[in-house]
Design a protein around this ligand. Structure first.
Ligand SMILES: *Cc1c(COP(=O)(O)O)cnc(C)c1O
Length: 430
């Protein structure tokens, strides 16, 4: 498979280069040159296949020529070592639980697939790879844990000080080894800007073998399409299917579009956001207006300039009508999110995290006028990861899974920096 830059369709690279570069030299995002079509035999067989078997078939269709099949199989088996179960919360309202991985959020899937690929490519290099990652919470923990002790790699995580939950923070500041946490006095957008700037810095690029691990990396995106297939496999009726995706940088939603374009019969997407509603606004007004992010209780979605927007446009041939037909956009306040969490909990006993609750709200909004659909919302994180909000909202204790408790007992180590590029640069060079 070749990958082109969204800024220049004639600039094409192979998988290895796309993954190591992360961002194209012209600042575009990489996209697969062709979208493989999965055969009907595969789609019909989905309910009989395991998650790993599904992932392997989808990955092979896209990347079959890029690495040995046995290697791809190994990477998939490791990345998908835990399932993505579908839980019926109300009639025809399903929660796709993406939090059964080591850091309790969906980002484990993409991070582990990326670590597998980079580990494979690193063997061919004789140089340490430095992975720079800006995080609004969950990316940092997923990447740090996926790369911990992977030979030939070092990870630098940048996160906005005081703007992520304690559990999120402990998952990557307690690891040590080849993982460093930079606590930035600024917002997530500042962190993302610092990383982008590092990639444009000639000296840094020459001195280090830099790569990014943000959702802009195509290796993060591809595995996120696998669980749409897995979800579909678990649905009963499979007539009209809607996926509601709680969104920040829109990696998940883009991966859903990719699955749809590969042949998975998804009828409709819902882009559900908190008050960082740039995309729902765009779908309403046709005007894309990036803004500084505002803080909400679903903080992993506090993104003012969603990086995957350009990929969504690309997948819809930059056709507004096609995009706005494929995706309905709704945004919700923190108050609405809290009351949805309470309502779901009272009605069914099911506990959603604030992000999943935004997805649930988007789904319910859509189902109001489309009652015949089977609806899936992505439950992107385990409620325990946002225990402070969940417990205050539901007035119940959230049990912390064992794997989270282990992090909470560690010792936090971070280096505090301002949001200026020079300080970040000096840290890297020191
Ligand atoms: C990252 C994250 C999101 C947002 O996902 P995008 O792919 O960036 O839209 C939503 N929920 C949780 C819990 C996350 O960690």
């Amino acid at each position: 498979m070749k990958f082109y830059s969204t800024n220049n369709k004639n600039h094409k690279v192979d998988l290895r280069e796309a993954v190591i570069q992360g961002l194209a030299p012209d600042n575009g995002l990489y996209m697969p040159e062709v979208i493989p079509q999965l055969p009907a035999t595969f789609l019909n067989a989905l309910p009989e296949l395991s998650f790993q078997e599904i992932g392997f078939e989808v990955a092979r269709a896209m990347l079959g020529n890029d690495l040995p099949e046995t290697q791809l199989q190994k990477i998939i088996d490791h990345a998908l070592a835990f399932d993505a179960p579908l839980v019926e919360v109300e009639q025809n309202v399903f929660s796709l639980e993406l939090f059964h991985g080591p850091t309790l959020a969906f980002k484990d899937f993409g991070a582990r697939f990326l670590a597998g690929l980079l580990g494979h490519f690193a063997k061919e290099q004789n140089r340490e790879i430095t992975i720079l990652v800006a995080t609004s919470g969950d990316t940092g923990s997923a990447i740090a844990n996926a790369f911990l002790n992977v030979p030939g790699t070092r990870v630098v995580v940048l996160y906005p000080s005081g703007k992520i939950s304690v559990a999120q923070e402990m998952q990557f500041t307690t690891l040590g080894g080849n993982i460093t946490a930079l606590e930035v006095k600024g917002t997530f957008d500042d962190c993302q800007r610092l990383v982008k700037q590092a990639f444009l810095d000639a000296e840094l690029k020459q001195k280090f073998f830099l790569t990014s691990a943000n959702s802009i990396n195509i290796a993060r995106l591809i595995p996120q399409s696998f669980y749409y297939f897995r979800a579909y496999a678990q649905l009963k009726a499979k007539t009209d299917v809607v996926f509601a995706v709680p969104s920040g940088n829109f990696g998940n939603l883009t991966a859903g579009l990719l699955a749809q374009r590969m042949g998975l019969p998804i009828t409709q997407f819902v882009a559900a956001t908190n008050s960082n509603d740039v995309v729902p606004e765009y779908l309403k007004t046709k005007i894309f207006q990036a803004r500084p992010s505002v803080q909400t209780i679903s903080n992993a979605m506090d993104v003012g300039n969603p990086s995957n927007f350009v990929r969504m446009l690309d997948l819809c041939d930059h056709d507004f009508d096609l995009l706005s037909k494929s995706i309905k956009g709704y945004s919700f306040s923190d108050a609405e999110t809290r009351s949805a969490m309470q309502q779901v909990h009272q009605q069914s006993g099911y506990v959603t995290d604030p992000h999943g609750a935004v997805g649930y709200l988007g789904l319910k909004q859509f189902l109001k006028t489309n009652a015949t659909y089977e609806g899936v919302f992505l439950e992107t994180a385990h409620p325990a990861k946002f225990a402070e909000v969940v417990e205050a909202t539901l007035q119940t204790k959230v049990e912390l899974p064992e794997r989270l408790l282990k992090f909470m007992m560690g010792e936090k180590k971070s280096i505090v920096i301002t949001d200026g590029f020079d300080e970040f640069r000096e840290f890297l060079l020191s």
